[in-house]
Design a binder for this molecule. Structure first.
Ligand code: IFM
Length: 471
């Protein structure tokens, strides 16, 4: 189905916002393979760590899995039609490694590649540019059986897989993102165990973060050699951290929070170093044996753009411990030392809303990393308790969130930050990882019983913003 004709809240303000956007500014939507595709046993796809994890009792709310999700694998034409009617310039999708290379190494699955060829062709036919993410957390299970991202060899396997996808799609895709949010893959996947593969091991969180960045750098080098004219980037999820007071303990806790959520990723990628304080904090948990000579030259391979996912800022308060906590305790349990304080406005995820946080983050990146490549906001959005009434989903909280954050991006560009585009997370309601299907982020409501798509008020609002742009 295509867009229905629900009223658009505050059309004038949407149009005014569209006119504020810099010339050529790109607007898009984003999704990810495991969250929308379903069809986990079809077309020769192998199992991923998220299949295993979601089928393990107690790991995902209500025992939900991505087995069917939005059934996008079969309904991608309908979903592309929704994007066409929305008027987006670009669509950020991810390729499922286990569809393309079920074992994570060796044999390639032509049926898996064929799905992405059909999808890319459909996008191009409707004038939508594909922005392809190669890894959005669905590691082939056979690689996990060999250690997953703890195993340094996985970095090379990832680079090989990236080239396979590029060989198949590179004649139609010229913009590539290697990894989505390596923080989540490493810290949540191998540190806190909240995400697949569910490992709780501080040293593993650090080594996997490093191996992910190594895989990113190896993939960029290999892909650039094959096609120097394409654009290559990585997407990092970043949180500006603010101490809740001037107390030394809070300031110190904020520094650690920012180190773990931001700088252990931005520094190796944008500067080719690890921060000095990372060595100091890591020392207690790890011998850093994973770090080898030459690695940081690989992780800092020059990029054409940086993808930034922003959702919320961290307001950090030091929590007293009965006994001195090991410095790295935060990796085991991110809530243990600093806390995020509940704000007045909190999303269904429990995340505080602070639209100016996106501006502060962008300005921080710009000031901290001279030579910062152009930035794309590759995800931004909020979960709302969306309930259709007839054919209407009145998600005005989402509209308010998106409006405020886009204005924050405009303010950052006015302050000199080179931001080239913005992608709403997400086109569709989808499988929100350990939270299952109850957390809805879509511009389009999905009824998981019928797979009916229903554009929400925010979809109509975004269409007005897109249409109003001066360019
Ligand atoms: O759904 C996720 C996405 O997969 C990665 N970034 C954050 C989103 C909302 O939690």
């Amino acid at each position: 189905m295509t867009a229905s004709t629900t009223a658009v809240p505050d059309v004038a303000s949407a149009r005014e916002l569209g006119l504020l956007l810099p010339p050529g500014f790109e607007l898009g939507v984003a999704t990810a393979s495991y969250q929308i595709e379903g069809a986990v046993d079809e077309g020769g796809r192998g199992p991923s760590i998220w299949d295993t994890f979601s089928h393990t009792p107690g790991k995902v709310a209500r025992g939900e899995t991505g087995d069917v999700a939005c059934d996008h694998y079969h309904r991608y034409r309908e979903d592309v039609a929704l994007m066409r009617d929305l008027g987006v310039d670009a669509y950020r999708l991810s390729v499922a490694w286990p569809r393309v290379q079920p074992d994570g190494r060796g044999a390639v699955n032509p049926d898996g590649l064929a799905f992405y060829e059909r999808l890319v062709d459909e996008l191009l036919e409707h004038g939508i540019t594909p922005l392809v993410t190669l890894y959005h957390w669905d590691l082939p299970q056979p690689l996990e059986d060999d250690g997953g991202w703890r195993n340094r060899d996985t970095a090379q396997r990832f680079a090989d897989y990236a080239r396979i996808v590029q060989d198949a799609l590179g004649d139609r895709v010229s913009r590539w993102i290697t990894l989505n949010e390596p923080y989540c893959s490493s810290v949540l996947g191998y540190g806190t165990g909240r995400h697949a593969p569910g490992v709780k091991d501080t040293h593993a969180a650090l080594s996997t973060a490093h191996h992910l960045l190594l895989g990113h750098g190896l993939a960029v080098a290999a892909m650039r050699e094959a096609d120097p004219d394409a654009s290559y980037g990585i997407t990092l999820n970043l949180e500006p951290a603010q101490p809740v007071s001037d107390r030394e303990a809070d300031v110190e806790a904020a520094r650690r929070s920012e180190l773990l959520s931001n700088r252990i990723f931005t520094d190796p990628v944008l500067r080719g170093t690890y921060p000095d304080d990372a060595r100091e904090v890591w020392g207690e948990a790890s011998d850093l044996g994973f770090l080898r000579d030459g690695d940081l030259a690989v992780t800092s391979a020059p990029l054409d753009f940086l993808g930034v996912n922003y959702y919320f800022p961290a307001r950090i308060k030091a929590v007293p411990h009965e006994e001195p906590a090991p410095a790295l305790r935060r990796v085991d349990d991110l809530g243990a030392l600093p806390l995020m304080l509940a704000d007045d406005d909190v999303t269904e995820m429990g995340w505080p809303v602070d639209a100016d946080g996106i501006r502060r983050l962008l300005v921080w990146l710009h000031r901290t990393y001279p030579g910062l490549p152009p930035v794309y906001i590759t995800e931004n959005g909020r979960a709302c308790a969306d309930v259709p009434e007839g054919d209407v989903v009145d998600d005005r909280d989402r509209i308010g969130y998106l409006d405020g954050h886009l204005r924050g991006v405009v303010a950052a560009t006015e302050g000199g930050v080179d931001v080239r585009g913005y992608y709403v997370w997400s086109l569709l309601d989808n499988f929100e990882w350990a939270a299952g299907y109850a957390r809805r982020f879509g511009l389009v409501h999905v009824d998981y019983d019928t797979q009916r798509r229903l554009p929400k008020a925010s979809y109509h609002w975004y269409r007005e913003v897109i249409a109003a742009r001066a360019n």
